[in-house]
Design a protein around this ligand. Structure first.
Ligand code: NAD
Length: 318
């Protein structure tokens, strides 16, 4: 039996969710919700679903089994708690919330429920491979960076580099490192005259753990987009690079070729959505992507921004 799914938010990434669900035989997209009704209607027509202007009118017709929420965090309002209260399994895009307090409130409201947060790297094959390499010995250093084209500043006028792009690698830190051992953050950045951050470096302190550096840039050209992860341990040094056209993992004198970022992340999204449907069918939370991990990523993003506001001061992660 297929799982009825609603996609909330039919913008750039909601459309990726729709396409990915359409390829999963186990999913049946039944509803598309977007206050931009022309958008909702066009997407609903394309994917054989019913359009709705808001979640309240969707729920009034009977809740679907599952919903993915691809609405920017600042515009979500009570969408996620309302869906969860109606018994709907929810995959909400990252970041889980705009700040730690709201993220923790959401965590408290969703215990034991099939609620996932779209931290895609946890499903991306090259990152899973790097995670296995990192497990081979004590980790001494972790460096993650993400370069995106400067047009992101125009394409995402209301969003920040830290919360839209770096959040992926901030989550990666709590995936690779015991998140209870993260003690604080120190960050530096460069800004445009209008106050928008164009690049940011965050040093994350881990008690008895590796040296951790996470960086992001919205300063590249269209062909500079690249994701890099370097891990160093007593016996392991591995470097992963993922570009638009291709990538590689270099480790122990071997080079493993990777497809380009679009292919890697499309496969990751398909795996993430399939895992989400498993959780919905079982009625359980995900052991692979706990809501608590997403809360930690937001807490780290808050600490990065506070450190920037306070001139690069060390901000403890309480
Ligand atoms: N996991 C990833 O790799 C990844 C990649 C890109 C974007 N994202 C996330 O996806 C989310 C959406 O990003 P985007 O780039 O698609 O944004 P977008 O601006 O392109 O689309 C957002 C859509 O949400 C709609 N919307 C606004 N308020 C709504 C509401 N109350 N109910 C229903 N719909 C509403 C808007 O009308 C718009 O169509 C963000 O949280 C972003 O961080 C994740």
């Amino acid at each position: 039996m297929s799982v009825p799914v609603a996609v909330i938010g039919a913008g750039r990434f909601g459309t990726e969710h729709l396409r990915a669900f359409a390829r999963l035989p186990r999913a049946r997209v039944t509803a598309v919700v977007d206050p931009d009704l022309s958008r909702a209607t066009a997407a609903a027509r394309e994917f054989g679903a019913v359009p709705f202007p808001d979640v309240a009118s969707l729920l009034a017709t009977g809740p679907p089994a599952a919903a993915s929420v691809a609405v920017p965090a600042a515009h979500r309002g009570t969408i996620v708690p309302d869906l969860v209260a109606a018994g709907v399994g929810v995959l909400v895009e990252k970041p889980i919330a705009t700040g730690r307090r709201d993220a923790e409130a959401l965590e408290r409201a969703t215990p034991g429920r099939p609620v996932l947060v779209g931290h895609l790297l946890r499903f991306a094959a090259p990152y899973l491979r790097m995670r296995r390499l990192a497990e081979q010995g004590a980790l001494g250093e972790l460096r993650a960076s993400r370069t995106r084209a400067s047009r992101h500043l125009d394409d995402f006028p209301g969003e920040s580099l830290v919360r839209l792009t770096m959040i992926h690698d901030l989550d990666l830190v709590s995936w690779f490192v015991d998140d209870g051992a993260i003690t604080g953050v120190r960050a530096t950045a460069t800004w445009r005259p209008d106050g928008r951050i164009t690049s940011c470096r965050a040093e994350i302190d881990v008690a008895d753990g590796p040296a951790v550096m996470v960086s992001g840039d919205w300063a590249g050209g269209a062909h500079d987009e690249e994701d890099v992860l370097v891990i160093r341990g007593a016996t392991t040094t591995a470097t992963m690079r993922l570009g638009a056209r291709d990538g590689e993992i270099r480790s122990g004198g071997q080079t493993e070729r990777l497809p380009g970022a679009a292919e890697v992340y499309a496969e990751a999204l398909a795996d993430e959505l399939a895992h989400f449907l498993d959780c919905v069918e079982r009625g359980t939370p995900s052991a692979r992507l706990r809501v608590h991990d997403a809360v930690t990523a937001v807490a780290l993003a808050d600490a990065v921004e506070r450190s920037l506001q306070e001139g690069g001061r060390h901000v403890p992660l309480g």
